[in-house]
Design a protein around this ligand. Structure first.
Ligand code: FAD
Length: 469
């Protein structure tokens, strides 16, 4: 970093909030999974939106690339810099104020660096629910959630981050502050700029604050683990419960037996809800706005119907909140068990929900033919058509060596996704990891429009270069 830019950043954010020493910067330069470590000229941590704007102006004047960073839990190498050492990492963590809560409008205004968990707690403190929920919620920021249009476990009922956002405050690539913090549910005033910045992964501007939707707290939340024969049976169960429960069905997660075996191997203290093993399981969650009794009656009726109609083989109904949380712990330990098992080839894909059984059947067969014995770690948010479709090496084979097959595995998976009119990224985004795949997956017309938007909003190309496009 030129001395002049460093001095400017220090004058704007304060000496303590500009890191330029390699050791101080290190925690900001490696991605969550530890696959990539970049370099930076400095890590700058402004404390207000005006400071963000001043730093962006200083970077723009010297054509210095900026990598916005929240909690660094992103899974596609979006929030870490490349190896050139040219970029400034702009950490938003100090923008962590809850600015306002308006229970009557069911909205909350928060700064981008608030942790998701802090926003959930602030909403709960006002007797409301902020429903975005994901396993990284103790570390990820609301700015990162919006920049990646995060999904998680409650999309089925409440939608993803985009659908939970009413307004944004953004610092543009020119360092201007756009106040779009409107708490409106209807606002048809020209192009939707808010929706452009959501999911843009920091490539168009810096999100500094947001107005988010709140919901009434449910009176009761109950979960059950349902044992199933196949993904096809899971789809039938999803449809049955959607009809039986309507909007009360707030979560529907699929996991294969192999996923639960991985959890049992690496976390033996985790509960084992069934004595027998079944090919697949669905974790279903029901929320009642009436009462615990109402929730229990609905749960028993819905699961009972599934068992009598042959749409489920067995079910473990949680009889307390603690038991329900333990079932969710099982689900949330799958990625941890995978990590303990060793590296594997991951895909976060989305498909029309109705195609999921055929997709799994066809793609599993193609992969097993090409890589005999490979182990498929398939789980995810079935209710949203979102699968985490991960491929691990055959038992006993070296995980690192298996990664050499990544391109060939990806080709099979992504070609199959295309054949079923799906998407190569359901909720994690594109970042640097899937940039080349995006260029294959989307048409020249679509990519051309994306490039035109990027050129119009960031003509100097300083906002998170090398990500998405
Ligand atoms: P970062 O990783 O810091 O950044 C992500 C991207 O957003 C980068 O491109 C960055 O440049 C940009 N960015 C960050 N802040 C801003 C800002 N203020 N303005 C502009 N751009 C910005 N994701 C899901 O969708 N669903 C899940 O269920 C889910 N589960 C996860 C579980 C685990 C254990 C982990 C580690 C991750 C999971 N993720 C999940 C991925 C990750 O948590 C999300 O992508 C999250 O939204 C990233 O937030 P963050 O603050 O960590 O962002």
């Amino acid at each position: 970093m030129t001395d002049a830019l460093l001095a400017q950043c220090r004058a704007i954010a304060g000496d303590a909030h500009v890191l330029a020493d390699a050791q101080d910067m290190a925690p900001f330069l490696t991605d969550w999974r530890g696959r990539h470590t970049g370099k930076a000229r400095a890590v700058v941590m402004p404390g207000t939106a005006d400071e963000v704007a001043a730093i962006v102006r200083a970077c723009a004047a010297s054509r210095t690339p900026i990598v916005p960073q929240g909690g660094r839990t992103g899974l596609v190498l979006g929030s870490v810099p490349d190896a050139s050492g040219a970029a400034v990492v702009l950490s938003l963590r100090r923008l962590n104020r809850i600015r306002a809560i308006d229970p009557a409008n069911r909205s909350i205004t928060v700064e981008a660096g608030c942790l998701l968990h802090e926003v959930q707690q602030a909403a709960a403190g006002a007797g409301m629910l902020f429903p975005l929920s994901l396993a990284a919620e103790g570390s990820c920021t609301i700015g990162g959630n919006l920049a990646t249009n995060a999904g998680g476990t409650a999309v089925l009922r409440y939608g993803n981050a985009r659908e939970l956002c009413l307004g944004l405050e953004v610092v543009t690539a020119q360092g201007e502050r756009w106040d779009g913090l409107r708490a409106l549910r209807k606002d048809n005033t020209g192009y939707d700029l808010r929706d452009l910045f959501i999911g843009a992964e920091g490539t168009l501007g810096v999100i500094t604050a947001a107005v988010l939707k709140l919901y009434p707290q449910p009176k009761a939340v109950l979960s059950s683990l349902v044992a199933l024969e196949s993904p096809r049976q899971a789809l039938a169960l999803l449809n049955l419960l959607q009809e039986a429960w309507g909007a009360a069905l707030t979560g529907f997660e699929l996991m294969s037996d192999f996923c639960l075996q991985l959890v049992a191997t690496h976390f033996p203290a985790m509960p084992r809800p069934f004595a027998a093993r079944f090919p697949q399981y669905a974790l279903v969650e029901l929320s009642s706005s009436e009462s615990e009794e109402h929730a229990r009656a609905l749960m028993e009726e819905g699961i009972g119907l599934a068992l009598t109609r042959g749409v489920a083989r067995d079910a473990a109904l949680a009889s307390s909140l603690a038991q329900g949380l333990a079932l969710w712990q099982l689900r949330e330990h799958i990625p941890l068990a995978q990590a303990a098992d060793g590296k594997n080839i991951k895909h976060d894909i989305s498909l029309p929900v109705s195609s999921i059984p055929d997709f799994i059947e066809r793609t599993d067969a193609l992969l097993l033919a090409a890589f005999p014995g490979c182990r498929l770690v398939t789980f995810g948010h079935l209710g949203d058509g979102n699968l985490h479709y991960n491929v691990a090496p055959p038992d006993g084979q070296d995980h690192e060596a298996f990664l050499a097959n990544q391109d060939a595995v990806n080709r099979i998976v992504y070609d199959s996704v295309a054949a079923f009119d799906g998407s190569i990224s359901a909720e994690h985004g594109i970042g640097a990891l899937k940039r080349e795949e995006l260029a294959r997956a989307r048409s020249p017309v679509e990519l051309g429009m994306m490039r035109a938007i990027k050129a119009a909003l960031d003509p100097l190309g300083i906002m998170n270069p090398g990500k998405i496009l």
